[in-house]
Write a protein that binds this ligand. Structure first.
Ligand code: ZN
Length: 664
């Protein structure tokens, strides 16, 4: 599971490790996107072996990019090739309105890893004319000519065609109405669900993650799975990944880590999901290595049924100093489990091996790039988490970059109700926001238990409910005196900063990410809306949260923070019950009542107030560039890191140097 940045624009007082640096965080700005860069502090302090290990792992990470593009939509790679051919051959006026619109469009497509928005999953609408791009295509030299360009242009310019990558609207056929490429065209949701029902073993206590690494298609009227593996689907890109993993294994820090890399190679070679489980267990149990990575088909947010994993990779190394915070939390995991407000029968008697650390990301790739999570908790298989524990990480160099880039945005002055609250946020939001992520990842996802056979019972609402559970666990405990006792906070009132921001975001400011007239769809946004709206409604009698109007503007006012904590506890108990028992009807009612519908007047107001601030609703990153330094015999003697590459330059380099799959 992954935690995305919550209010990407909420300004906080940065606690930068290195003071007022002149590092250039801001790289590019277009449409609703801002591209940033991040630092990799202490890379130079790794040993040479560790640097080389990181280098090969980053190579393995880059080679998976095109897998994700193809998973997102079957014609994405062809469209990218066409757009890049036009972009790199253009020699006309760069201030031409059509060209400028085209430039914005290609930047959006790069950011979305395809023609759909990374977050809303709506198809991008081009603002340039079809005549413009047809004229440019006609001018391409013969060796760059684009085959089938009329079909590709039809896809781009027909707004109704493949309009949504992941459709979550209840009551519709989610497979037939989603443009993602996990299911062959023509398959229905009923056929897919029937297929998986037919292959699942009854009462299996250690089920494989069905469908995680396969595309479904129909052969002679029968549904069959086509695995992503060496020699199979995406085999060409996987061969490059495996080759670099193989090189990385030579520089592993220890035998356990070498074995993890070998198991991952076995899995890519066979496509066998039981091997993936073995790898996941070895990975979860390795807490000794400093360098770590994920690489594979991991999160299933991109599949409307939540089964197939989108390819991603993150390479990282442990930030030893900051990890003391999360180690304190995880070493007290049982205390948090025992004292949580959920029904005793849904608690774990023994919380196993919740490992947690703060990491420095070295590269973001696949589904984690350019938009990236700030926290990760894996593996996703619940039985592995229960029996072998899970690893939870916070990407602190990423949160630090977000924070540094948002200084002085004017957000707090526009949306926060008064100066004392602004001061509270300035003082405590950075630390409580990081602690919220730690609690969510280290303890929230790992807590509680699910009744046998109820694992997938929440279906399309599973992600929303699971994220709500982890968020509520974090919110509830952020206000607990235990955190002060453990030395994680120095003021028992500090939690109010995160509470204020959470409610403000859930009730109001996250709406800036939604286009007028649309509903909330993404799982994390739904969960935040559910929590904020539910607390607002259930606290009405006691006036816990108030919406105050001033000069025609709406402000969130929290009158009783302690009562709000009580409400979070109550809702946590109910959400845990829904998750534990797999109460689909209750999950659906909760999502539909609190998580979807937007008040159009408030929505309009938020968008108008945002527009005055010029803050990008979404942010993402370019990666640093790693270059091996070799001696005359070709041996690597050092690895250097540079931060100068721009956004289009990086995208074009990746398309050129890591095109693991040939366009169709
Ligand atoms: Zn989460």
């Amino acid at each position: 599971m992954a935690t995305m940045m919550m209010a990407t624009s909420c300004s906080k007082t940065a606690q930068k490790a290195d003071g007022n640096d002149d590092f250039n965080y801001n790289v590019d700005r277009f449409a609703d996107i801002e591209v940033l860069r991040y630092k990799v502090p202490d890379f130079e302090n790794l040993t040479l072996n560790q640097k080389i290990l990181v280098y090969y792992l980053t190579e393995a990470a880059q080679w998976g990019r095109d897998i994700l593009w193809d998973q997102n939509y079957a014609r994405n790679l062809d469209i990218r090739n066409m757009l890049e051919a036009v972009y790199t051959n253009y020699d006309g006026d760069k201030n031409d309105a059509d060209y400028k619109a085209f430039e914005t469009y290609i930047k959006q497509v790069w950011f979305g890893n395809g023609i759909h928005h990374h977050y809303s999953t709506d198809k991008f609408i081009p603002a340039f004319s079809r005549e413009f791009i047809e004229g440019q295509l006609a001018k391409l030299p013969a060796d760059k000519a684009v085959a089938d360009s009329q079909t590709l242009l039809d896809i781009i310019f027909d707004p109704a065609r493949d309009a949504k990558r992941v459709n979550q609207a209840s009551g519709q056929d989610l497979i037939a109405t989603s443009a993602c490429n996990f299911y062959e065209n023509g398959l229905t949701q009923a056929e897919v669900e029937a297929y998986y029902e037919s292959i699942k073993k009854p009462n299996d206590e250690t089920p494989i993650s069905y469908g995680l690494n396969t595309r479904l298609k129909k052969v002679d009227g029968k549904v069959v799975e086509e695995p992503y593996k060496l020699g199979g689907l995406y085999g060409d890109a996987i061969a490059h990944i495996v080759e670099n993993l193989d090189s990385a294994a030579n520089y592993a820090e220890n035998d356990a880590q070498r074995q993890i890399i070998r198991s991952l190679i076995d899995y890519y070679t066979t496509g066998d999901l039981a091997t993936f489980d073995r790898y996941s267990i070895e990975w979860a149990e390795d807490t000794a290595s400093q360098v770590d990575f994920i690489n594979g088909f991991i999160e299933s947010y991109g599949d409307p049924l939540g089964l197939t994993g989108s390819w991603e990779s993150i390479v990282n190394f442990k930030n030893n100093e900051a990890s003391e915070r999360t180690e304190t939390l995880s070493s007290n995991a049982q205390w948090f489990e025992d004292n949580s407000p959920v029904d005793a029968k849904f608690k774990k008697d023994k919380v196993k091996g919740v490992s947690a650390k703060v990491i420095t990301a070295a590269i973001l790739a696949g589904d984690a790039y350019p938009a990236t999570p700030i926290g990760i908790n894996l593996p996703n298989a619940n039985w592995i988490r229960a029996q072998h524990g899970s690893k939870s990480v916070t990407l602190e160099n990423i949160t630090q970059a977000y924070d540094a880039a948002s200084q002085g945005s004017g957000f707090n002055e526009e949306f926060v109700i008064d100066q004392p609250t602004i001061d509270l946020l300035d003082k405590y939001l950075f630390i409580t926001d990081n602690l919220h992520t730690d609690l969510h990842e280290c303890l929230g996802h790992g807590s509680g238990k699910v009744m046998p056979g109820r694992e997938d019972a929440l279906k399309a609402h599973g992600s929303t409910i699971e994220e709500a559970r982890a968020d509520l666990f974090a919110l509830y405990y952020l206000a607990d005196p235990k955190l002060v006792e453990l030395g994680l906070l120095d003021n028992p009132e500090a939690y109010k900063a995160e509470y204020y921001k959470y409610i403000l975001n859930g009730l109001m400011t996250q709406l800036m990410r939604i286009e007028p007239g649309k509903d909330v769809e993404e799982a994390h946004m739904r969960n935040r809306k559910i929590i904020a709206e539910w607390a607002f409604e259930h606290g009405k009698d006691n006036n816990v949260i108030e919406l105050v109007e001033r000069d025609g503007k709406t402000f969130v006012k929290i009158n009783d923070y302690e009562a709000l904590r009580g409400l979070f506890g109550e809702l946590l108990a109910e959400i845990q019950r829904i998750r534990s028992t797999g109460d689909y009807a209750a999950a659906e009612a909760m999502v539909e009542k609190y998580g979807v519908k937007v008040d159009p007047a408030l929505h309009k107001e938020v968008l108008e107030r945002y527009a005055t601030l010029d803050i990008a609703p979404y942010k993402g990153f370019v990666n640093p560039v790693y270059t091996p330094v070799r001696d005359k015999d070709g041996r690597i003697t050092d690895v250097t890191v540079s931060y100068t590459e721009g956004y289009p330059e990086q995208m074009l380099r990746l398309s050129r140097d890591y095109n693991g799959l040939k366009a169709k």
